[in-house]
Design a binder for this molecule. Structure first.
Ligand SMILES: [Zn+2]
Length: 374
C-alpha cells in the first residue's frame, strides 16, 4: 500500500491498524502499554481489541510477572491466524521460510539447486513450495502468499527480472515462476528484501548496505522502499571505489562489490565465510591483512553513502552477521574519512542477518495484511 493511501484512511481505521501492528510486533503488549505508546484513550484501545478478537486475530493471554500491584494481561496476536512464505533464490540454492502473523520464522529449509532458465527449474521450485506447505500443514485459506527474493533488478510494473548478472539472465517474465506456484507471489530484489526484513527497526529514512556474496543496497524514505526510475536504485555494489581497480562481475573495474563482497573474504578460506572469521580470530596473517583492507574499503563506501543520504546506515548481508565485535573499529575508520560525523553513530548492524532475504520477501505479505484489518 502506498503511503498516500495510508494517510487517507479514516482515523478510526488508522487506529485499528496501529493497534494491531503494535500487538503483532510487541509480544508483551498490554492494554495499558497500547494506550501509552500509541497515545490513544482506553475506550478506543478496548473497542479495537474487542473487534480484533472477534475477527480471531488477537487474544488475551497469561499475565506479566508482577512487581506488586495489579497484574496486566498481555494481548497477543493469534500467530497461526495467517501465514506467509518467503523464498530466497540464488545462483545455487533455494531457501524457504514460513512466517506466522507476528512475522516470525517458524520453519525453514535450504536446498542446493542451481538456477537455470528452464521449465524443469520453475516446476521444481513450484513443487518445492507445495511440499513445504504440505509438510507444515498450512491451510490454504490461511496462506497469504509467497514473497520471492531474487538477485537481480525486478520491474514490478512489467513483471520482469530485467537483468541479473548473478543468474546470467535478462528480461525473464516472472510468469515462468508464477505458473507453478500454489499461491499469490510477489518478487523483489534481494537487497530490497534484506531491507524489508529490517523495516521494524527503521523509524523513517535509512539505507541498508548488504554485504553478501554480492553487494547490494536498499533505500527507505519515510519507511517506503525507493526503487529509482528503472528499478536500479540502491545498487551500491557498483559504485566505483577505486578507479581502474579490480574487475567486478558486472564488467566494470573498481566497483565496491570487488572489494566488499563476502566472496573477497571467503575466497581466502576455501569458500567458507565462517572459516575465514575463525582464521581471523586465530590471527592468520593473510586473513588479518585482507580484513584490514576490507574494513578500510568498507569505511570509504559507508562514508560515501552517508554523504549522499545523510541518514542511518544499516550493514547487513553475510558479513554484517560477523561485524559486531569489529564495529567500533569500522566506526573509527569511517570517522577518519568523514569530517561531518566524527562519532559515526549513524552506523548500525542489521537484526536478522540469517535468512534475511527470504524473511524480508515474505514479510511483504504480512505487512500488507496488517493494513487490511479495518
Ligand atoms: Zn560492478
Amino acid at each position: 500500500m502506498k503511503a498516500e493511501e495510508k494517510r487517507h484512511k479514516p482515523l478510526k481505521q488508522q487506529n485499528k491498524i496501529k493497534i494491531f501492528r503494535y500487538i503483532c510486533q510487541h509480544p508483551e503488549a498490554t492494554k495499558q502499554s497500547l494506550t501509552y505508546h500509541l497515545n490513544m484513550s482506553m475506550p478506543t484501545v478496548l473497542q479495537n481489541i474487542k473487534e480484533l478478537a472477534e475477527a480471531g486475530l488477537v487474544e488475551e493471554q497469561g499475565v506479566l510477572a508482577s512487581t506488586g500491584g495489579r497484574r496486566a494481561k498481555t494481548i497477543s496476536v493469534v500467530r497461526d491466524a495467517r501465514y506467509a512464505l518467503g523464498a530466497d533464490i540464488t545462483a545455487n540454492h533455494i531457501s524457504l521460510v514460513l512466517l506466522d502473523l507476528s512475522g516470525s520464522i517458524t520453519a525453514q529449509t535450504r536446498i542446493a539447486k542451481p538456477y537455470a532458465d528452464e521449465t524443469e527449474y520453475y516446476q521444481f521450485f513450484g513443487t518445492l513450495v507445495s511440499s513445504f506447505i504440505a509438510d507444515h500443514q498450512v491451510p490454504a485459506e490461511k496462506l497469504l502468499g509467497i514473497g520471492v527474493s531474487l538477485p537481480g533488478n525486478i520491474d514490478v510494473d512489467h513483471d520482469l527480472i530485467t537483468q541479473s548478472h548473478v543468474l546470467h539472465v535478462y528480461q525473464i517474465n516472472l510468469q515462468k515462476f508464477r505458473q507453478f506456484l500454489p499461491c499469490d507471489a510477489i518478487f523483489c530484489n534481494d537487497a530490497n528484501a534484506a531491507g524489508l526484513a529490517e523495516l521494524n527497526h527503521i523509524e523513517d529514512t535509512a539505507v541498508l548496505l548488504s554485504l553478501g556474496y554480492t553487494v547490494g543496497g536498499a533505500i527507505f524514505v519515510h519507511r517506503q522502499l525507493y526503487f529509482g526510475e528503472l528499478y536500479k536504485g540502491g545498487e551500491f555494489g557498483h559504485m566505483i571505489l577505486i578507479p581502474d581497480g579490480k574487475t567486478c562481475y558486472c564488467g566494470k573495474n573498481g566497483c565496491v562489490d570487488a572489494y566488499c563482497s563476502s566472496k573477497v573474504l571467503s575466497d581466502l578460506a576455501e569458500g567458507s565465510l565462517p572459516l575465514f572469521f575463525e582464521r581471523l580470530e586465530q590471527q592468520e596473517e593473510a586473513c588479518t591483512e585482507a580484513w584490514d583492507a576490507y574494513l578500510r574499503y568498507l569505511a570509504i563506501a559507508v562514508t560515501n553513502l552517508r554523504s549522499a543520504f545523510d541518514c542511518p546506515i544499516i550493514l547487513g548481508g553475510d558479513v554484517g552477521g560477523y561485524l559486531e565485535s569489529y564495529l567500533p573499529r569500522l566506526k573509527r575508520l569511517a570517522a577518519r574519512y568523514n569530517t561531518f560525523d566524527p562519532n559515526s553513530d549513524y552506523l548500525s548492524l542489521c537484526h536478522s542477518p540469517k535468512e534475511s532475504f527470504a524473511l524480508g520477501a515474505g514479510l511483504q505479505f504480512i505487512e500488507a495484511f496488517y493494513d487490511t484489518v479495518i
